[in-house]
Design a protein around this ligand. Structure first.
Ligand code: PEP
Length: 250
């Protein structure tokens, strides 16, 4: 099964609209005619529109870093999938570990968002991954199984095709410690195996599982060479166009 790799930039809470626009100006020439991978930029909500306008016609897609699970309503400060769709957003990151850690997101709230994203035809990049204490206690597999089951609860196999999962071991995010290709590959096998049980072998076979956690230009090739790794979710190293360009062109 060949799965088109997806490489996404998670800019977190960095870049004003002007800085985001400047990034795109410098980044697009580095990936002109790049077709091997799906490339997605995920700026803050306030930069979505300028980035969407700036990438028009380039083949680069734009995603949000979060969204709410309702279409509209009295939810002060939240952003709805309808609003994201209306401006041309095509992807959305759900359940990033920073959302789980600082904003109390759980498998249950992420699951609700996933149902909503699929209903609105946004491509969801759903994050799972263990914290250091869980890895050290030998609980990585248990955590990945619990999170995979939780975020995918109630998703019918026939609606699951757009789902992308990002395995992001929390101990590797922003720390400079990368999972070895073997560690990442083993985790991806656990996730894919569970998806096969939940949604069937065909969905599991087609599912793209990205690795995220201190991906840099100098480790991207080794990680992406693993057949189980179908792309990357990149934080810090995606803030600089040259560095992210090198990762995309691994
Ligand atoms: C991320 O934010 O999803 C991430 C993986 O960050 P970093 O690449 O900086 O570890």
């Amino acid at each position: 099964m060949t799965r088109k790799p997806l490489i996404a930039a998670n800019w977190k809470m960095y870049k004003t609209p002007a800085q985001a626009q400047e990034f795109v100006k410098n980044f697009l020439p580095l990936v002109a005619r790049h077709e091997r991978d799906e490339v997605v930029l995920c700026p803050s909500f306030t930069s979505l529109s300028v980035v969407i306008a700036a990438v028009t016609g380039s083949g680069v897609a734009v995603g949000a870093q979060n969204m709410y699970s309702a279409d509209e309503g009295a939810f002060t400060g939240e952003i709805s999938p309808l609003m994201l769709k209306a401006i041309g957003t095509t992807h959305v990151i759900l359940g990033h570990s920073e959302r789980r850690q600082y904003f109390c997101e759980t498998d249950e709230t992420i699951n609700r968002k996933l149902h909503t994203a699929l209903r609105h035809e946004l491509t969801p990049i759903v994050c799972v991954g263990e914290v250091l204490a869980e890895r050290e206690a030998g609980k990585t597999e248990e955590v990945l199984l619990r999170q995979t089951r939780g975020v995918l609860a109630g998703i019918p196999p026939e609606h699951a095709a757009p789902i992308v999962i990002a395995y992001e071991p929390v101990w590797a995010i922003g720390t400079g410690k990368t999972a070895t290709p073997q560690i990442a590959s083993d985790a991806h096998k656990v996730i894919r195996g569970e998806v096969a049980k939940l949604l069937g072998a065909e969905v599991a076979d087609k599912l793209r599982i990205l690795y995220g956690g201190s991906v840099k230009p100098d480790n991207a090739t080794a990680l992406m060479s693993e057949s189980e790794i179908d792309g990357a979710l990149v934080g810090g190293a995606s803030l600089d166009p040259q560095s992210f360009g090198k990762i995309v062109n691994y």
